[in-house]
Ligand binder design. Structure first.
Ligand SMILES: N[C@@H](CCC(=O)N[C@@H](CS)C(=O)NCC(=O)O)C(=O)O
Length: 208
């Protein structure tokens, strides 16, 4: 039950693991404070957060939520972006978990490598060895959805999660991006939804 408190999303100044929550609230028409902190501010806050990680989301009931996957699933339930059908719920989780594997095992180690030479090598290796497999999986799941969404006939948290990862892949891996038309068109469709388009226009511009 809402107590009318303002929603707050706290994260660093990037899209990263917070952007799905920002987009879900945006699409739901729920205003929120987009709080972006630096590492010094994080140092002061860390111990007081539920799992000592960002993002955290403060709800309209004043509860503080942690762990991006759990937060996304909670918001999806609150704002009608999941399903009541067990098989559709399974497919939503399947797609979300595919994206987590891609992000955690492949994208983050390459994108956030500090040494520029090593980073270039890692980016090349990921693009050569891993991305085609993930793009094939995504294309299969999008076609399985069959209505322009990954699951069912309306936007779900699976679409939002995939969209946020694709935003980073588009600029980080342009060669791969050019090859996967269905996935490119999916990303453009989500970006063109009016509330999301307005959010993209006004949010801080960051590389990740
Ligand atoms: N499984 C967690 C991972 C959270 C995580 O590693 N967050 C990073 C930022 S993307 C963080 O809090 N880094 C600062 C720290 O660990 O002190 C989630 O999905 O929320």
């Amino acid at each position: 039950m809402s107590t009318g408190k303002p929603w707050k999303i706290t994260y660093f100044n990037g899209r990263g693991r917070a952007e799905s929550s920002r987009i879900i609230l945006t699409e739901a028409g729920v205003p929120f404070e987009d709080i972006r902190i630096n590492s010094e501010e994080w140092g002061a806050l860390k111990e007081s957060t539920p799992t000592h990680t960002l993002p955290i989301v403060e709800t309209d009931e004043g509860l503080v939520l942690s762990q991006s996957a759990a937060i996304i699933r909670y918001l999806g339930k609150r704002f009608g972006m999941r399903s009541d059908d067990p098989m559709e719920e399974y497919r939503i989780d399947l797609v979300m978990n595919i994206m987590d594997d891609l992000v955690d095992k492949k994208l983050i180690p390459a994108l956030f490598e500090k040494d520029p030479t090593v980073k270039a090598e890692k980016m090349k290796t990921v693009e050569a060895n891993d991305l085609e497999g993930f793009m094939k999986l995504l294309t299969r799941e999008l076609n399985e959805g069959g209505h322009g969404f990954f699951v069912g006939e309306k936007l779900t948290i699976a679409d939002v999660k995939v969209f946020t990862v694709l935003e980073t892949m588009e600029t980080a891996f342009p060669e791969t991006w050019a090859k996967w038309k269905d996935i490119r068109e999916f990303k453009e469709r989500i970006a063109a939804r009016p509330k999301i388009a307005e959010w993209i226009e006004k949010r801080p511009k960051t590389w990740w």
